[in-house]
Design a protein around this ligand. Structure first.
Ligand SMILES: [Zn+2]
Ligand SMILES: [Zn+2]
Length: 875
């Protein structure tokens, strides 16, 4: 538990009546108790219980003995919950994508994330209905090594999200929430009242926090109701005007409870797990596994420091050796992991995710590789594609789009599999060399290996064991990786310029994007930095380069925004604060940049339509001479794909499509156009400017655009390249004039390049011929010899070739102003001294090390003389 959370709980518990003593508890005579084992406070109707009910305090007692009236299938579980909440006034809504585009997270890690937004540097909530219920598929990657082992950890699971906004009038607050959850368990599921405990806990988020009640049934956490009441941090906070009920419950937990199977994996995939077991033909001791499962709840890497020691403890209870325990559970751990990972991949890829080396793509790559490793190791007679298809078939009733996206998902996995095979052998050798070089494998290095090459701690451990090298893998390895990337996504703090006291600059450029002259009052002159009360100059932002132009005939060479104050950088400003000035925009530059900007939207749209919905903008730049768009895609584009995209764009230009610009409330924009509007990432504003082309492409964008696609005239893609694994750059130009120029430039460049290549080739051939001749000439030139040349390379070759013939001899070749000596590897003569003497004759000196020595001097005509002097030198 984080120390911040501990402090918060301690503080809240001093005033526990205010936070946890619900009317609902009083009316129903609940008792508040302190757990004898862990010391947590909890609420119960059972006067005899002394334990809180958490799995670390009581073992799973529902296994083989479910506390409910009837067994429910996975989808039936959701239907039962949905029916109950809808009957009680909730609106049931469709799930959100598992790839999170509306908030700075890579994945939808919890149901409440659907409603998270940011505005004014803090978290806000966007509820599509109030109160609301849904089943949200979530992806989490910090528990990867626990998956399959503890019986309850998953990378992919569905979270039941019950939420309500409470402003004092609409929605409801904590009493009603707990009453509903209690009734759900007792009425809809038929669980005995005494079997349910509520544990006091707390929650701290990004700029908001609250307290909670986690509820447990027979050792299993079945839900967590968070009451988000405060905004700010622990040191400075205020009560939210609209308080938030955030109750999240694992759908598989409730389903598991009704079936009492050894693990939650046995129930959460419908019939898929049974099919996998049959097809794999695995045999395992069912009774033993059930016993193991009862204690596996304590096996959790987050809380347990030493996994091996914990496994040993469980093994001892079960009366087997640790090795024997691992052997017995391994085949099932593999099946469960494969089922989990393939479901995660199905959702993620279907929602536009892509395995890669960037962002959240790492996680998808790692689970795919982990699943492949299990399949390989245990030699199961099926592949991941089959498991994925079985998942899609089962989920078809509630998620038909998964089935429709199967082709796309398989195509991506196929390429990913090839990449894995290619890198696998490389991976092993990388590790081996690290171990051989005794590189310290600290946490940082482990994360780097994981990030740069997808080397998981599991694979590392395997190789390290082979070398008998100890590697300490941190228990919270994946959590560390996740945290690192989260920080990356939140981004670095922007350069801070103090603009307090300076009024916001009125932006005139949105009113009329084709106006190029304006008048304004000067508010600030700081060296070359000018602030006006209003401006037509578009500042650098969103990949769009700034306008240039003039203010009172002084050149404006850059424009940058800081917190809505626009700074114009002006050469030698000849005006002062209070002056009324005339600003003029370089219209040619602006028009060209604007063409590039709208063209960028067209490139993005066409790429997504032609390549698949995994294509997202990963970055862009719109300059005056060219533009580029980085897209998420798995391999560089072929010439055919490039021309197809180009053709598609130019068709949109020919069709003269209107470009619609509108300002909408964020919630309205999301509902109208979907999350595809967040091409540039999530936006911390409550209103968005939306640019729509033909109703096919709509993006939130603060840049400037043409009014009709015909203004772009033409687009030419002159290059595409792979920037890193998973990111492809498309470079292009727009506008007839620039397209023509660029085509010509590219043509000339290509021609020059070809000529250059030809020349290079010719030179290589010539060199080859020369060396061949020299070789023939140089046969057995031992002792001191003379060649009529000034070329050091030439005499070097002759000498080297000579001693190859006989390694007991040496060869010194004198040229005009140059000398080279070499000693065969079995020759002990003092060659250096002679070479030095020869160089001296030519007015210079010599040196060298090992067996090769060279020298020379400015007196080129003394070469022959030196030869005459030394030719009979005994060597
Ligand atoms: Zn306890
Ligand atoms: Zn844009």
């Amino acid at each position: 538990m984080g120390s911040e959370k501990r402090i918060l709980i301690e503080r809240l518990q001093k005033d526990w009546k205010k936070y946890w003593d619900l009317d609902f508890f009083k009316e129903n005579n609940f008792l508040r108790k302190k757990c004898k084992n862990c010391g947590k406070f909890f609420w119960t109707l059972d006067p005899d219980t002394e334990l809180c009910g958490d799995s670390s305090c009581v073992p799973y007692s529902f296994l083989g003995n479910p506390p409910t009236k009837k067994k429910l299938d996975y989808i039936e579980t959701w239907k039962t919950i949905e029916k109950f909440f809808v009957k009680n006034g909730h609106q049931s809504i469709k799930r959100y994508p598992t790839i999170c585009r509306w908030y700075p997270l890579f994945f939808t890690v919890a149901g409440i994330v659907d409603f998270y937004r940011i505005a004014n540097n803090k978290i806000t909530f966007e509820f599509p209905a109030n109160p609301v219920i849904l089943s949200q598929p979530c992806l989490r990657f910090n528990d990867i090594p626990n998956v399959g082992i503890t019986g309850r950890h998953n990378t992919c699971f569905d979270m039941i999200q019950q939420s309500s906004l409470w402003d004092g009038k609409n929605g409801y607050w904590k009493d009603k929430c707990i009453e509903l959850d209690f009734r759900l368990l007792t009425e809809a599921f038929g669980i005995k009242k005494e079997d349910i405990t509520f544990i006091e806990d707390a929650w701290i988020g990004y700029g908001a926090f609250g307290y909670s009640l986690e509820y447990f049934v027979k050792g299993l956490e079945t839900g967590n109701a968070v009451f988000t009441e405060f905004e700010g941090d622990l040191n400075k906070f205020s009560t939210l005007k609209e308080k938030v009920i955030d109750m999240g419950a694992g759908q598989q937990r409730l389903c598991w409870l009704t079936q009492g199977t050894p693990t939650n994996y046995d129930v959460m995939y419908g019939p898929v797990m049974e099919k996998m077991k049959t097809k794999s033909g695995i045999k395992y001791d069912e009774k033993f596994f059930l016993e193991y499962s009862k204690y596996s709840g304590v096996l959790n890497m987050d809380e347990v420091v030493d996994m091996k020691a914990e496994m040993a403890k469980v093994a001892k209870i079960l009366g087997v050796s640790t090795e024997n325990l691992m052997e017995k559970i391994q085949p099932l751990v593999a099946l469960y992991s494969i089922a989990d990972h393939s479901k995660a991949l199905l959702y993620a890829l279907s929602d536009g995710g892509l395995p890669s080396n960037v962002g959240g793509g790492y996680n998808l790559r790692v689970i795919f590789r982990r699943a492949l490793n299990f399949l390989e190791k245990l030699n199961y007679p099926f592949d991941i594609e089959w498991v994925i298809e079985e998942h899609a078939k089962y989920l078809k009733k509630i998620e038909p789009e998964l089935m429709e996206n199967l082709g796309h998902v398989n195509q991506i996995l196929d390429i990913e599999k090839k990449k894995y095979k290619e890198t696998k052998s490389k991976m092993k050798s990388t590790l081996e060399s690290l171990i051989e070089n005794k590189t310290e494998l600290n946490d940082e290095k482990l994360i780097e290996l994981y990030d740069s090459q997808g080397i998981t701690p599991e694979i590392l451990q395997e190789t390290a064991d082979k070398y008998d090298v100890k590697v300490k893998i941190p228990a919270d390895f994946y959590a560390k990786v996740t945290e690192k990337h989260l920080q990356e996504k939140r981004g670095k703090e922007e350069e801070k310029v103090d603009v307090s006291g300076t009024p916001k600059t009125k932006k005139l450029y949105y009113d009329n994007e084709k106006l190029y002259e304006f008048k304004a009052k000067v508010l600030k002159v700081e060296c070359e930095n000018i602030v006006l009360d209003q401006t037509l100059f578009y500042p650098r932002g969103g990949g769009q380069e700034p306008d240039h132009g003039s203010i009172n005939d002084c050149e404006v060479y850059d424009v940058e925004p800081y917190d809505n104050v626009i700074f114009h950088r002006v050469k030698n400003p000849n005006f002062k604060v209070g002056d009324i000035v005339v600003g003029k925009i370089d219209s040619k530059r602006r028009e060209q940049i604007v063409k590039h900007h709208t063209a960028t939207h067209l490139v993005n749209m066409s790429a997504r339509i032609l390549l698949g919905n995994h294509v997202w903008q990963a970055g862009s730049k719109k300059d005056v001479d060219k533009a580029h768009l980085d897209i998420t895609h798995y391999e560089n584009l072929t010439e055919e794909q490039t021309r197809k995209i180009e053709k598609f764009i130019n068709n949109m230009i020919k069709k003269k499509v209107k470009v619609k610009k509108e300002v909408l409330k964020r919630s309205v924009a999301e509902q109208k156009y979907g999350f595809v509007i967040y091409q540039g990432g999530s936006i911390p504003e409550t209103t968005l400017r939306i640019i729509s082309i033909h109703g096919i492409d709509s993006e939130a964008c603060a840049g400037l655009h043409v009014d009709n696609t015909e203004e772009i005239e033409e687009v030419f893609i002159f290059n595409t390249k792979k920037m890193q694994d998973g990111v492809i750059r498309i470079e292009y130009v727009a506008g007839k004039e620039l397209v023509r120029e660029t085509r010509e430039r590219i043509k000339t460049e290509k021609k020059l390049e070809e000529e250059h290549l030809e020349k290079k080739q010719r030179e290589i051939e010539e060199q080859k011929g020369k060396i061949k001749k020299l070789k023939e000439k140089s046969k057995s030139l031992f002792g001191v010899n003379y060649v009529d040349t000034e070329d050091m390379k030439e005499i070097e070759t002759i000498a080297q070739e000579s001693v190859k013939e006989d390694s007991t001899k040496c060869s010194i070749i004198i040229g005009n102003g140059v000398v080279f000596g070499i000693r065969g590897k079995d020759c002990k003569e003092d060659v250096l001294n002679t070479v030095k003497e020869i160089a001296k004759v030519m007015g210079g000196s010599a040196g060298g090390s090992g067996n090769e020595f060279k020298g020379g001097g400015p007196l080129k005509n003394k070469g022959r003389e030196a030869f005459e002097k030394f030719k009979s030198q005994k060597l």
